[in-house]
Write a protein that binds this ligand. Structure first.
Ligand code: CAA
Length: 384
C-alpha cells in the first residue's frame, strides 16, 4: 500500500488550490450574500478541464482518475462550495452517467460540450433532476411522468432543489413511464432546457451554498425524442442509483474541503490570537480541538480516497462512497461549528469566512442522499 500521491495528482491539487485562491476567494463573501452564481469562475473551470475531469478526452474530457477529482473538489471547497457543487454535479451526476450509459450519438452531441463546460464561448453545463416535492429520500416515488407516445415521450411534472437549475443547458430527468412497474418503470431522459413547456421556478433562498443555482423546474407537455432516453426502457432508477454512488464521492470530497478550509483558518487564527498572555493555540482547550479536527479530517480524506480508488479499479464502491459521505459531512459540520467557537465573536461575522463554511457544511448532510439514507445503504450492505 502506498499513501503517496503521484506527481500528476500533486499538480492537479496545486492547480485547483491556485484556482480557488486566485479566482474564487475574491468576492466569495459578496456572492454568498447576494446569491450570485459564479459564472466567470465556472467558465474558467471549463477552461482548466475541471468540468469533465474523468471524461474520456475523445468526448472533450480530461481523462483523469477519481482520485484527481477528489483532490480538486477538496481544494475548491475549502474556499467556495457554491462553485464546487456545480462542478460535482456536472462531473459525477451528468457526465459520468452519459459516458457510461449513453449512445455514441448522445455522447457526441451532449457529453462533448458538457465535459468542456462551454459551447461557442458560453457556459454549457448539466443538471440532474431526480428530487420532487414528494420524492426526496424515497426517490422511486416519482410523480413526474414520461408517457410513451411512440416516437417521443410527453413529460409532465415538477422537480425540486435542482442544482444548476437555471444555468444548465441540459437536464437529465428521471420520470415514471409505467407506474405499474414501480422503480422499474422509471426512465431517464436528456432534455434540453430551451424545449417548449419548461418553466424554471424562482431561485431558492438558501442557508448555505447561496451562490449555487438551485431552482424547481416544471414540465408541461414537453416532447422528448425517444433517442434522448438513456439506456433500456425502465433503466432510469438504476441509472440514478449508479450515478449517485459516484456523486457521493464528490460530495464527500466537498465536505472534506469545507472541513479543511475551516481547520486551516483556525490554525492561523489560533497562532495569532492572544489570550491570558499567550496564543490561544497554546491553551490546551484549543489545542485539543485542533487535534480532533486534524484527526477527523484525515479519516475523512482516507475514506474519500478509498472510495475513489475503488471506483478507479472498477470495484463496487457504493458502500464506501456512502461511508465517505456520511463521515466527511458529519466531520464538516462538527469542524465548522468548532471553528466558529475557536474564532469567538469574530467567527460569527462574515469577514472571517468560518460562519459561511458552517452554513455550507449543512447541505452536505442532506443532498445526494441524507445521512440517514447513507446509513440505510451501509446497513443494507453489511447485513446482506
Ligand atoms: N445501484 C444500482 N441499482 C440499485 C442501487 C444501486 N446503488 N440501489 C438500488 N438499486 C436498485 C435495486 O436493485 C432495485 O432494483 P430491482 O427492482 O431491479 O430489484 C431498485 O433499485 C429498487 O431498489 P430498492 O428496493 O432498494 O429501493 P428503495 O426505494 O428501497 O430505496 C434508496 C433506495 C437507497 C433509499 C434510494 O431511494 C435513495 O438513494 N434515496 C436517496 C435519493 C437521493 O440520494 N437523492 C439525491 C437527489 S440528487 C441531488 O441531491 C443532486 C444535487 O443537485 C446536488
Amino acid at each position: 500500500m502506498d499513501f503517496r500521491l503521484t506527481e500528476e495528482h500533486l499538480m492537479i491539487r496545486d492547480a485547483a488550490r491556485e484556482f480557488a485562491r486566485q479566482d474564487c476567494l475574491p468576492g466569495v463573501i459578496e456572492r454568498d450574500e447576494h446569491q450570485r452564481f459564479a459564472y466567470e469562475q465556472i467558465m474558467k473551470l471549463g477552461t482548466l478541464g475541471f468540468m469533465g475531469m474523468m471524461t474520456d478526452p475523445a468526448y472533450g474530457g480530461s481523462g483523469l482518475d477519481t482520485i484527481s477529482y477528489v483532490l480538486a473538489m477538496e481544494e475548491i471547497s475549502k474556499i467556495d462550495s457554491s462553485v464546487s457543487v456545480c462542478m460535482s454535479v456536472n462531473n459525477s451526476l451528468v457526465n459520468w452517467g452519459l459516458e457510461a450509459y449513453g449512445t455514441e450519438e448522445q455522447k457526441m452531441r451532449f457529453l462533448e460540450p458538457l465535459a468542456r463546460g462551454q459551447q461557442d464561448g458560453r457556459l454549457y453545463i448539466g443538471a440532474f433532476l431526480l428530487s420532487e416535492p414528494e420524492a426526496g429520500s424515497d426517490a422511486s416515488a416519482q410523480r413526474t411522468t414520461a408517457i410513451d407516445m411512440g416516437d417521443h415521450y410527453l413529460l409532465n411534472g415538477t422537480k425540486n432543489w435542482i442544482t444548476n437549475g437555471s444555468s444548465a443547458s441540459v437536464y437529465l430527468v428521471m420520470a415514471q413511464t409505467d407506474s405499474g412497474k414501480g422503480s422499474r418503470g422509471i426512465n431517464v431522459l436528456i432534455v434540453e432546457k430551451d424545449s417548449p413547456g419548461i418553466t424554471v421556478g424562482v431561485k431558492e433562498n438558501k442557508m448555505g451554498i447561496r451562490g449555487s443555482d438551485t431552482h424547481s423546474i416544471s414540465f408541461q407537455d414537453v416532447r422528448v425524442p425517444k433517442s434522448h432516453r438513456i439506456g433500456e426502457d425502465g433503466f432510469g432508477f438504476n441509472f440514478a442509483m449508479k450515478t449517485l454512488a459516484g456523486g457521493r464521492i464528490g460530495i464527500a470530497a466537498q465536505a472534506l474541503g469545507i472541513a479543511g478550509g475551516a481547520y486551516e483558518l483556525c490554525l492561523a487564527y489560533a497562532k495569532e490570537r492572544k489570550a491570558f498572555g499567550k496564543s490561544i493555540a497554546e491553551h490546551q482547550a484549543v489545542q485539543f480541538k485542533l487535534a480532533d479536527m486534524a484527526t477527523r479530517i484525515e479519516a475523512s480524506r482516507l475514506l474519500c480516497l478509498k472510495a475513489a480508488w475503488e471506483k478507479d479499479h472498477q470495484m463496487d464502491y457504493s458502500t464506501s462512497s456512502s461511508m465517505a459521505k456520511v463521515f466527511a459531512s458529519e466531520t464538516a459540520m462538527w469542524v465548522t461549528t468548532e471553528a466558529v467557537q475557536i474564532h469567538g465573536g469574530y467567527g460569527y461575522v462574515k469577514e472571517y469566512h468560518v460562519e459561511r463554511l458552517m452554513r455550507d457544511a449543512k447541505i452536505t448532510q442532506i443532498y445526494e442522499g441524507t445521512s440517514e439514507i447513507q446509513r440505510l445503504v451501509i446497513g443494507r450492505s453489511i447485513l446482506k
